[in-house]
Design a protein around this ligand. Sequence first.
Ligand SMILES: Cc1cc2nc3c(=O)[nH]c(=O)nc-3n(C[C@H](O)[C@H](O)[C@H](O)COP(=O)(O)OP(=O)(O)OC[C@H]3O[C@@H](n4cnc5c(N)ncnc54)[C@H](O)[C@@H]3O)c2cc1C
Length: 404
Amino acid sequence: MRLLAPSDHVVVVGAGLAGWRSCEELRRHGFAGRLTLVGDESHPPYDRPPLSKQVMSGKWSLEHTTLATPERVDHAQVGLELSVAAVHLDVDATTVMLGDGRVVEGTHVVVATGARARRLPWHSDALFEVRTRDDAGRLAARLDQLGAGEVVAIIGAGFIGAEVATAVAARGLVPVVLEAEARPLLHVLGDTVSRWLEDLPAAAGIDLRTRQHVVGVEADPATGADAQVLFADGTRLAARAVVVGVGAQPNVEWLADSGLVIDNGVVVDVHQLCAQRVAAVGDVASFPWPGAGHVRIEHWQVATDHAGALARYWTLGEETPRLIPYFWSDQYGRKIQMLGHPRPDDDVTRVREAGPQQWLGLYSRDGVVTGVVGLSQPRALMLSKPLLEGATSLQDALRASPWT
Ligand SMILES: Cc1cc2nc3c(=O)[nH]c(=O)nc-3n(C[C@H](O)[C@H](O)[C@H](O)COP(=O)(O)OP(=O)(O)OC[C@H]3O[C@@H](n4cnc5c(N)ncnc54)[C@H](O)[C@@H]3O)c2cc1C
């Protein structure tokens, strides 16, 4: 592998967190060549986690989420090409064709096109999602128009749905969260942990309804501006706004004829490479994971870690030890955090009870620790991180109890 030289030109496609961090990390590790960052949104790179938290509760303005301020762009010497999508990648020539017909000729390409919100097939002016800065601006403007006690329906009690519900309640509005499964996060965190979390909405005074089979959303015939959620049993729920949080899907369509292997994202190797001089990072990348083939993980920290690992490999030839995935979610007044990438059917052992709604649990499979999950236990969780740096048996973990 040839290290990057000052004569090289790295073209980064996707001006989100992973794309921006790739630029910053390449510079931090000494890359002195040309850097171009292409993004289809009109905004310079911004941070998404505050969109469903501080922005939605009205605490932050949208501007507050900007990562790539003019000073940082200038400092990193990045050529920003915004409001234009990449439509084709020539892997051998390392050229990227843009939607306006221009062709950007690079020596290396980073695919960082992330994911987009999964859509439901209904149309209404009162239907919202929260993936982009524009989505969040549209929903926040709608919430600003509503008065105390008015109902906002939220379809999906996953991370985004729960965070939006929390923010909606903080505004004095009434969120009604509609979840198809028996419990929120059942298929993400597994049966046991989803049970440990199931009382949170009620404790926060939030109306969460499980086993809800939503079959449509229609404009309210009386007002036109409001919506009605339709259920399989024929009942309806009137709401001033309906927010959909039912997951995301990777933005890979523009790579369909590139020859890259696409399988629930862009399939990469341990160096994030998908071709000799093409890499993929962040939400779009499907990367090797022991015992699971490849995984695609939509976490802020994973996007950041991918960018750092790629930059170290391309500039210094250094291999990064396997990353330890991490996420957090602020919901119902509590903070859920997880380290590792356990499967939902892994075993779970509660190892620390620090008070009501403050606990730490270990996931394990075949007696080996696969993850650490905590509710409002940030310090104990981080102290447990070394358990995931190698294969640690559950017995050894319990003996060492690093969380105490
Ligand atoms: C509302 C919200 C809250 C979140 N909260 C948390 C949290 O609390 N904790 C956590 O761990 N994670 C959280 N996440 C997840 C985290 O934000 C993502 O993992 C992270 O944004 C991934 O960054 P990315 O750059 O890979 O992808 P993205 O952020 O999706 O960026 C990809 C960019 O590429 C652009 N793009 C797509 N196709 C093209 C194309 N063909 N040409 C040019 N540009 C293109 C997209 O429009 C986008 O701007 C949250 C996400 C959202 C949406």
